[in-house]
Design a protein around this ligand. Sequence first.
Ligand SMILES: [Zn+2]
Length: 455
Amino acid sequence: MPLPLVPANISRLDPRLLTSGYQALAGRILRLLKSALDSGLVGPSTALITGHWTGTNTAWNTLAPNFTPEYRTTLSLAVTRINALENEVVGAAQAFSGQIPGGPPQPPVPFGDAGIKVLEYVVAQVRMVAEKVANGSNDQKIMELFGKENLAAVKKRFAAIPAALEKLLGETDRKAVGGTVGFVPGNDMPASMAALAYGSGPSAFIKIRPADLAAPAGPLIATLIHEASHILADQPTVDFAYRNQNGIYLLSPALAVDNAAHYEQLAINVAYPEKLRPMPTGDLPTFSLALLRAKTTRAWVRAYQMMLNPADREAAASLIDARPDKVGEALSQAMFDQLYQSLDAILGIIHGDVVVETGPQGDVTFTGQPAVCRIRVPASYTTPAQVASFAVELLATWLWGQNKTAFPGTTLDLYVSEVPKYDHGPLAGRLAEFYENVGRNKPASNSPGRNPEQP
Ligand SMILES: [Zn+2]
């Protein structure tokens, strides 16, 4: 992606932040282009383009913030230069190997008749699950998962879910490729996300990736129950912790009742009782990984919202030095795009198979899916909150070395640690309480409860 142009007038912006923001993004582009050149992707032109790369790299590294009006021209030239270099590399790579670094964009597709049929089937299945939740035969499972005190509240909320989805289905346009009504094809959504709810009440809508409608419907039923719980007009849920790796079993009843993944889990417990296993027990590595996943996933959702909606950015923008009044709208947008990509890269590791071990000195080691990603947290970090926070910094530093983020580990750690404070309304305080108390609170689903296998 090219660097955004420098605004026509930068006199009201902060030259230091403007420069460091551009340098962070440019640094990553330069490292990516260098690796494309080193891998021989551009063939016979490699030597010539490498010369252009060296000159551009020097221009960016020697760029110092300057308060004179001429500075805009200097910065602008550096931007033009790097964008030209990127085009040169992409063009040469296409001509030589046919490969474009980064890959071609996919055209948007509507749901079509086939997609609508799948949605109708899935929503009908949701209605059947809701009937099983309502009829009393699953009350024990509800109490095991949410705590005894929440039985009535959970049944009331679950009962509203099918109607919320049926309303969206009625509003859905099978030929649309975008929009904000009913179910919307999420062509712009990342592969790591199956569906995403926007808002709650009458104006809410849900994006679904059309590709996921081609997959078997089982997981989609549970996913839609999760998303539907977010859009309820009355007491919509939030995401404290997700289903993976037992994260949800760490929530107290007071948080469990408002956590979307609990409704998703209940649907699975109701549908697959044969898969229930004894509840897991927790120790520092287990709690730390669960917290690492819960925190970074929430930070990822927030980064996605902020990337799409400038109005959501205000408080968090200073965490990554991307306030539009300091760096301009265009650079701010580019930095939020980059923030989302960075969080997506972190999630790509920690939502895969992660092995957590405690070493002889009490240190905790996380080994992520790309086998090369192995991070070790020293024993001086003694609570899940401390371990998870340091793990984010180490993961982000590793990703920086892989050219998967423009931000240093300390910046991403700061963002992940601080962004919960700027979450919506009372959620901010409740998230902070959860993060600090993981492993200390009595969870909703305490022993002798049962835990379903994670599909
Ligand atoms: Zn959610």
